[in-house]
Every structure is written in C-alpha cells, then in structure tokens.
Design a protein around this ligand. Structure first.
Ligand code: NDP
Length: 296
C-alpha cells in the first residue's frame, strides 16, 4: 500500500503547535508579527499573500501586508525595508517574489536584516545553511517542509540516496543542503539534476527519495522511478481542464496516478508540500522571535 504523505494534516498539526507557542509568547508580552511586502499585481502572489495572512491570523501572529503598485519607485521599497529592519515590533519580513520587471530581486532580498529574513533567502542565511558553521539561520520554508513531512511520517533519511530534480535557490538547492546536513534529518547522499542533466531517468531510478521541483507538469513518470521510492512532489502547475469550473486544475511535477502505484510513499498535489510551506513559514516567524530576540 502506498502511503500518502498528507501535507494538509501534518501542516494543521504544526499550525496548532505554533499557535500554542504564540499564546505563550503573548503571555510574556510579545506578539509575533510578520510583515509582507507585495509589489505589483501578480495574481498568484496575491493568492499566496492572502493565504499567508489567513494562516498568521489563525496562529495568533500579527500579519501586515504593505502593497505597492508595480511602477513604485525602487527607492520607496528600499526605504520601507530599512524602516522595517529597525522596527522592533516587526519580527519577520518577507518580500513576495517575483518582483516586477526593473527590480533586482537579490538586491532587495539582501536589504532584509538576516535575523528577520523568515524566507531564508538572504545570502547570510543560505550561506550559513550551506557552510554549516552555525545554526543561526532561517531555512527556506518549502525545503524545511520537505524534511518536516518526512520526519513526521518517520521516513528515514540517513544513508538514503536523495535525487533532487531542480536546482533553484528557493527549493532544489537548499533542499539538497538540508539532506546533506549531519544528523538524523540529513546524512543522505544527494544528487542534483536540472534541465541540462543527461539521462535523467537513469539517475532518478537510483533514488530512494526523489524530490521533484521543476515546474514541469508530470515530468516524472513511472518509468523514471524504482519500486518503493519515496516521492516528494513540490510542483504546482496549472494545466487546462474541461472538467473544472475554473478551466484548469493543479498538478505536480510527478505523474501521480502512475508513480503512486510504484512508490512506497508520495506527497499529493494539491495537499502535500504546498500547505507544509505555509506552516514552516509560521514556524520561522516564531523562530524570529524566540531565537533572534524578543523585541517589541
Ligand atoms: P525554478 O523555475 O526556479 O527552477 C526549476 C528547476 O527545474 C531548474 O533548476 C531547472 O533546471 C529544472 N528543470 C526544468 N525543466 C527540467 C527538466 N525537463 N528536467 C530536469 N530539470 C528541469 O522553479 P522553483 O524551484 O521555484 O519551483 C519549482 C516548482 O515548485 C514550481 O512548480 C513551483 O510552482 C513549485 N513551488 C512550490 C512551492 C510550494 O509551496 N509547494 C514553493 C515554491 C515553488 P535549470 O536550472 O537547468 O533551468
């Protein structure tokens, strides 16, 4: 029987745990606050920001979204981030990506104070994750969600061959760095694949744990996996569907129907890594308060 790794269920548990911890902080006089900076009118970003706001509200975290039109002066955004860095009532700052044309995303991300960078995209945070020199960093929420769901389902990682298809700096690469860390949640042997990888199926077939983060609908098919593989599907892709009122449906990067027949465990899309990502963002916001100082 294939185990369905239920991200909705696990993320609910995590959100409840966060909510309990938030109540303890509130009793100590600190209410965690997350500020999201949203530039432009990208439809998917608006939806993501709304769901982050809802999740924060349910967990007792104050959330604030600062919205700018896409033609805002870059300097206004820069000034706002600097102001938020110095605002002790704000514990976490997140700039919703993608930014409109004309913005250099890394320039903006590097302005965020690393101790408030709850997305974990600042080079200080990604550098600390990669170098392993200390634990004072934020892990990006999606890769953190991958490790957390495996942990909650007691799926062993040490010694496993983890193949990651996708090398983005927000998913593929940091996920690989987490699997590579020393300890029970890491100690894996990691292989990265990308669009220039030759013989992708030959490599994916050697995976004990296969992570797909490509943005290519149903790229991973049954002939690309070995029986018993654990599959983590990060992809969120819209494909046309005449059966849906909206005219589209959401699928992952894995052909779920076929691959799930061979896998020992698999995350569904939707309902897998998506909800885990938001739960881990809440955890990072809590960490911004508890690890990086109770400021108000
Ligand atoms: P990017 O577009 O930044 O990266 C995609 C990666 O996939 C690249 O490394 C690319 O290779 C690789 N790739 C593309 N096509 C192929 C192919 N045919 N064979 C092998 N590798 C390929 O995407 P993201 O990492 O940002 O996101 C990946 C997916 O995850 C998307 O569907 C996105 O929507 C989803 N996502 C989901 C989240 C969630 O909360 N569940 C959060 C973030 C993303 P190359 O580097 O060579 O171009």
């Amino acid at each position: 029987m294939t185990l369905i790794l239920d991200g909705k269920l696990v993320s609910k548990q995590i959100r409840e745990e966060v909510a309990e911890d938030v109540q303890l902080l509130i009793k100590q006089g600190v209410t965690p606050k997350l500020t999201v900076v949203l530039v432009g009118d990208d439809a998917a970003s608006q939806i993501y920001v709304k769901s982050k706001e809802r999740a924060c509200a349910k967990a007792g975290i104050i959330s604030e979204t600062i919205k700018y039109p896409s033609d805002v002066l870059k300097q206004n955004v820069i000034d706002k981030i600097k102001e938020l860095n110095n605002d002790n009532s704000v514990h976490g700052i997140l700039v919703q990506l993608p930014l409109p044309e004309g913005f250099n995303e890394s320039e903006i991300i590097e302005l965020i104070a690393p101790e408030k960078d709850v997305d974990g995209f600042h080079p200080i945070n990604s550098g600390r994750l990669t170098s392993g020199i200390n634990d004072d960093y934020f892990v990006p929420a999606t890769p953190a969600g991958i490790i957390e769901i495996l942990k909650r389902y007691k799926i062993e990682i040490p010694g496993k061959h983890v193949v990651i298809v996708g090398r983005s700096s927000i998913v593929g690469k940091p996920a690989g760095m987490l699997f590579l860390r020393h300890g029970n949640e890491g100690d894996a042997t990691v292989t990265f694949c990308h669009s220039k990888t030759k013989n992708l199926p030959d490599i994916t077939k050697t995976a004990d744990i296969l992570v797909a983060a490509t943005g290519k609908p149903k790229l991973i098919t049954a002939d690309m996996v070995k029986p018993g593989v654990v599959v983590i599907d990060v992809g969120i892709n819209r494909i046309p569907s005449k059966y849906s009122e909206k005219g589209y449906k959401i699928v992952g990067d894995v052909d779920f129907d076929e691959v799930s027949k061979l896998a020992s465990a698999i995350t569904p899309v939707p309902g897998g890594i998506g909800p885990m990502t938001i739960a881990m963002l809440l955890k990072n916001t809590l960490r911004a308060v508890t690890v990086f100082g109770k400021k108000e």
